[in-house]
Design a protein around this ligand. Structure first.
Ligand code: 1HE
Length: 268
């Protein structure tokens, strides 16, 4: 496996925990973790390497009271970018976020405070989102004279549907609390720390075989982009590889000899 040299990351803080779980934290709390060009390059770097470095699951977090304020508007203003410059900026965002969504490593986002604009685009590139009671979601681009450029038109629309996405952009509507979960912006809301709960979920996911997680966190997204016929075909091929992997034999044997845990309803 590749080695990840954590000393080369400045705007991300990166910790390698037990069980192959890594915690990647946006670490510019004074700027509310706004996404400047350096942060995006570090995300490209980490998430390009992680699938080949034995990373079994990632918790993606933001330091301070807010997960992420989106595009660094001050950098954008100061750089006075041309249309071509900003197109290339957006292509780097897509590079990072596609590496996340399609890379095959489970990513659990731990959300608090503002998850807005590009921050919501980042969060929606994770596979699972856990919010605490302070978290809120919005797309303020419309009010700022901007448009989304980091994949919201695709990923946020996938989460909440076209009409809600367009409303969020037109009116600046903010979603929070249980309603945000009901709409699909997050899958979990917790009373305590979203980071603690995200860690718990990441440790669970990390116990799956890496090849199963690769399929779950890559194939499902690819298949969304295919026709149903082609997706079914691709699913057969992926299942052919995953479901016959030698590492699965011990798990299947444990089921057959009745030593493996059974699936039961949650207890009250
Ligand atoms: C920033 C940014 C930022 C804060 N870029 N510097 N995103 C937005 O429109 C969200 C803009 N931010 C906010 O609405 C608020 O800052 C927050 C709700 C996130 C936090 O509020 P608060 O009161 O805690 O902080 P603050 O006083 O507004 O900001 C603290 C500092 O963070 C301040 O810097 P300072 O040097 O004066 O201390 C702010 O300038 C800085 N800061 N947010 C740069 N976003 C690929 S297209 C994507 C399109 C978008 O993402 S549009 C951006 C949408």
């Amino acid at each position: 496996p590749l080695q990840i040299d954590i000393s080369r990351f400045k705007n991300l803080s990166i910790e390698d925990h037990d069980d192959g779980v890594w915690v990647v934290t946006l670490n510019r709390p004074k700027k509310r973790n706004a996404l400047d060009t350096d942060t995006i390059e570090e995300l490209v770097d980490f998430f390009s390497t992680a699938p080949r470095a034995g990373v079994r699951a990632v918790v993606l977090a933001g330091s301070g009271d807010h997960f992420c304020a989106g595009l660094d508007l001050v950098e954008h203003h100061n750089d006075d970018r041309s249309p071509a410059d900003f197109m290339h900026i957006c292509l780097r965002w897509h590079e990072a976020f596609n590496k996340m969504e399609y890379g095959g490593v489970p990513i659990i986002a731990a959300l608090q405070g503002a998850v807005v604009g590009g921050g919501l685009e980042l969060a929606s590139s994770a596979h699972v989102r856990v919010m605490d009671q302070t978290a809120y979601f919005a797309l303020p681009e419309g009010q700022r004279g901007l448009f989304t450029g980091g994949g919201a038109t695709i990923r946020v629309t996938d989460l909440v549907g076209k009409a809600r996405m367009v409303d969020m952009m037109l009116t600046g509507r903010v979603y929070q609390g249980q309603e945000a979960v009901d709409l699909g912006l997050a899958q979990y809301i917790v009373d305590g720390s979203s980071l603690d709960y995200a860690m718990e979920l990441a440790r669970k996911a990390a116990q799956n075989l890496p090849l199963s997680n690769f399929a779950i966190c890559s194939a499902v997204s690819h298949m969304q982009n295919m026709s149903a016929m082609d997706a079914a075909y691709a699913e057969s091929v992926v299942a052919g590889v995953v479901n016959t992997q030698p590492d699965a034999r011990a798990r299947l044997a444990a089921f057959a000899d009745k030593s493996a845990a059974r699936v039961r309803p949650n207890s009250e």
